[in-house]
Ligand binder design. Structure first.
Ligand code: HDD
Length: 689
């Protein structure tokens, strides 16, 4: 009888990867029993039935069967990283929160970015709000700022959240569309919910197609309170400002990125951190008192409104740096549980009805998702400061009280008596005085649904306004019911007549519908807020961005090296794209390695492109992927550096030489330096105007 250890018995033809003793860890079962054979199940004879007693097989399959946990009901697709927060100054005058007391002291942080509507496997460049959730492991407990990359929200009351999400997600009968708001149910709900109009403007702007998670702002959205040691409260809105500035892609690019690299955002964040280019945001606070809240044109408890930076300036108080990728995606990014209710002494809630509802939802959802009340024991969720409760047992309890006493009050003195409350240090709610009749009402101060939508639109540059009109056109063109399209345009008439007419025209509506009836007459006297524009606040640097350098055999190696040096000096990265992944041979005979084959490295993955081609250009120009590389870069307003030899490729991709100042011929080092200066504008917008 042949031995079960004989070489042909192994599926890979006999090669073994057994432990040779020493450094290689031994494979065991979950019970620690060493495994002798992980290739074959236990059977009777060579061709006989498998035995039920094969505990290794059963344990392995059993565990595999249960590998998935329910994905988040919203924000399922996300990507997280570790880092730290450090304050620039003491904020003791406004808050006693421990993390803001000592300038330069680092508080560990974990951040998870996400999209909202799509499932866990949906593409990164869906047009969607991005979640921006920050967990700060302070010395007085965990503080979660569970925010988004947009400062306002769709709805004013948490009771509407299930409706909003049902409408946004795939339709229940057919199970599609995935990760898109471009369908009937979403726009049906939005067009019937005027309070969402402001948010609709934001989601149709380029904010929902960010170029990188690193180039997004973040917002706490709600008004919160900070409370100082004397018990004095100050209202606050939280902002995260990216050090590398904001940047988005074009919709046409987003669609193509989703095909070329559905993991575009997570790969980008991973690569940046792994290469030591740690993304950084500054924490800003808009601080204001009750008096301001009373005189402000809108209710500060209404999450569909923002406070313009021009009205309450943002005080920059510290920075958040992400400097470490996760070791294990599931353990950290998937199991992290953010809860708006997680706050620390010195921070408090406001009465924002959306926030109040969220405070229930997040704790509740973790029970389903993580399977029990002990999710706080998981290393990613556990505080990093000492913590002790009298909670016990339940599924997977692995922090268990020792000793006899598990209740309070008790008469056991000292440490054996267990943890005790600390009135001085412990969290105390701000003693707000609340009165009023119990009722299901919406305050009249929440009733103006259009004025800030109008202000947002007026604050955009013409090209940004054009993108908004195009986004509405795209989305509403996917809506099958003409009445819904018209109802949305009727809402837009309260925002901007030009926008409404342009969208109506592009949808070819029979007629421009009458403006929707507004609960409160929209104001037209709100000054534009320049801070709300992305392009108006462009960063003027190519730092953190990526160039795509297309090469063929015969490339000028000196010019290539110069370009690479300039890009590095700018703090940018680059990839070499070649006809074959094996690379090319330069004019001087040297071998140039490739990062991408031209079919796998379309220009949508890069912020600018350079065409450093040589003899191989004719063959390259025959490839559709190479022509798309050029024509897409051109259509997406990217700066294009090229050498004279690129003429046949340019001609086949773009037709007869459409030269503009965004296309820079690279003859010598000086041109490369000029190219470097030009790409700091990120896009050559003049091309479209
Ligand atoms: Fe929410 C997840 C942000 C309103 C209920 N939300 C979730 C995440 C973010 C936000 C970033 C993902 C956290 C992570 O990465 O794990 N949500 C927001 C913002 C809102 C908001 C900025 C409005 C200002 N959310 C909101 C409401 C409700 C919820 C009104 C319910 C009443 N959100 C949830 C949830 C989720 C969630 C169901 C799903 C997974 C989770 O909590 O942990 O509880």
């Amino acid at each position: 009888m042949p031995s079960s250890k004989s070489k042909p018995n192994r599926p890979n033809g006999g090669e073994t990867h057994q432990t040779a003793g020493g450094a290689v860890p031994e494979l065991t079962t979950a019970q620690g029993t060493p495994v002798s054979d992980d290739q074959n199940s236990l059977r009777v004879g060579e061709r006989g039935p498998t035995l039920l007693e094969d505990f290794h097989l059963r344990e392995k399959i059993f565990h595999f069967d249960h590998e998935r946990i329910p994905e988040r009901v919203v924000h399922a697709r996300g990507f997280g990283a570790h880092g730290f927060f450090e304050p620039y100054e003491s904020l003791a005058e406004v808050t006693k929160a421990d993390l803001f007391q000592r300038p330069g002291e680092k508080t560990p942080a974990f951040v998870r970015f996400s999209t909202v509507a799509g499932n866990k496997g949906s593409p990164d460049l869906a047009r969607d709000v991005r979640g921006f959730a920050v967990k700060l492991y302070t010395k007085q407990g965990n503080w979660d700022i569970v925010g988004n990359n947009i400062p306002v929200f769709f709805i004013q009351d948490a009771i509407k959240f299930p409706d909003l999400i049902h409408a946004a997600k795939e339709e229940p009968d057919r199970g599609f569309p995935q990760a898109q708001t471009a369908h009937d149910n979403f726009w049906d709900f939005i067009s019937l919910t005027p309070e969402s109009t402001h948010m609709a403007m934001w989601i149709m702007s380029d904010r929902t197609i960010p170029r990188s998670l690193r180039f997004m702002e973040g917002f706490g959205v709600h008004t919160f309170r900070l409370v100082n040691a004397k018990g004095k409260a100050t209202f606050v809105k939280f902002h995260w400002k990216p050090k590398l500035g904001m940047q988005s892609v074009l919709w046409n690019e987003a669609v193509k990125i989703n095909g070329a690299d559905p993991d575009f955002h997570r790969r980008d964040l991973w690569a940046a951190i792994q290469t030591g280019n740690f993304p950084e945001w500054e924490l800003g606070m808009q601080l204001f008192d009750e008096k301001f809240a009373e005189r402000f044109a809108f209710d500060v408890l209404d999450a569909t409104k923002l406070i313009p930076e021009e009205e309450v300036p943002i005080r920059i108080v510290g920075r958040l740096v992400l400097d470490r990728c996760v070791d294990n995606f599931f353990a950290e990014t998937e199991q992290v549980a953010f809860c708006t209710q997680n706050i620390v002494p010195g921070v408090d809630f406001s009465n924002d009805p959306l926030l109040q509802g969220r405070n229930f939802s997040y704790l509740d959802t973790q029970l389903k998702r993580l399977g029990g009340p002990n999710f706080t024991h998981l290393p990613i969720n556990a505080p990093k400061c000492p913590f002790q409760t009298l909670q016990q047992d339940g599924h997977m309890a692995f922090i268990n009280p020792k000793g006899r006493v598990n209740y309070e009050p008790n008469s056991v003195s000292g440490a054996a008596g267990g943890p005790r409350e600390t009135p001085e240090r412990g969290f105390q709610s701000f003693a707000a005085v609340e009165t009023g009749a119990k009722a299901r009402v919406r305050s009249q101060t929440f009733a103006d649904h259009y004025s800030q939508a109008r202000q947002f639109y007026a604050s955009q540059l013409p090209i940004e306004q054009q993108h908004i009109a195009e986004a509405f056109t795209f989305e509403l063109s996917k809506v099958e019911n003409v009445e819904i399209r018209a109802r949305m345009v009727a809402n837009l008439r309260n925002v901007d007549e030009g926008l409404a007419r342009s969208v109506a025209g592009k949808l070819r509506l029979d007629r421009v519908p009458k403006a929707a009836k507004a609960a409160v007459e929209p104001r037209s006297d709100l000054a534009p807020s320049p801070a709300l524009s992305i392009l108006g606040n462009a960063p003027a640097t190519f730092k953190g961005r990526k160039a795509g350098i297309l090469v063929t055999d015969g490339v000028d190696a000196t010019l290539l090296a110069r370009l690479q040096r300039e890009l590095k000096a700018e703090g940018a990265s680059f990839e070499i794209i070649a006809p074959a992944i094996g690379g090319v041979k330069a004019k001087d005979g040297s071998a140039i390695a490739a990062d991408q084959q031209v079919g796998g490295g379309p220009s949508v993955l890069y912020d600018c492109v350079a065409l450093l081609v040589g003899d191989g250009v004719e063959a390259l120009a025959a490839e559709p992927a190479a022509r798309d590389f050029v024509s897409d870069a051109f259509a997406h307003h990217k700066f294009i550096g090229y050498v004279a030899a690129a003429a046949p490729l340019l001609k086949r991709a773009l037709g007869p030489a459409p030269k503009d100042a965004g296309m820079i011929e690279l003859k010598a080092g000086a041109d490369v330096a000029q190219f470097r200066r030009a790409i700091r504008d990120l896009r050559f917008w003049a091309r479209s105007m």
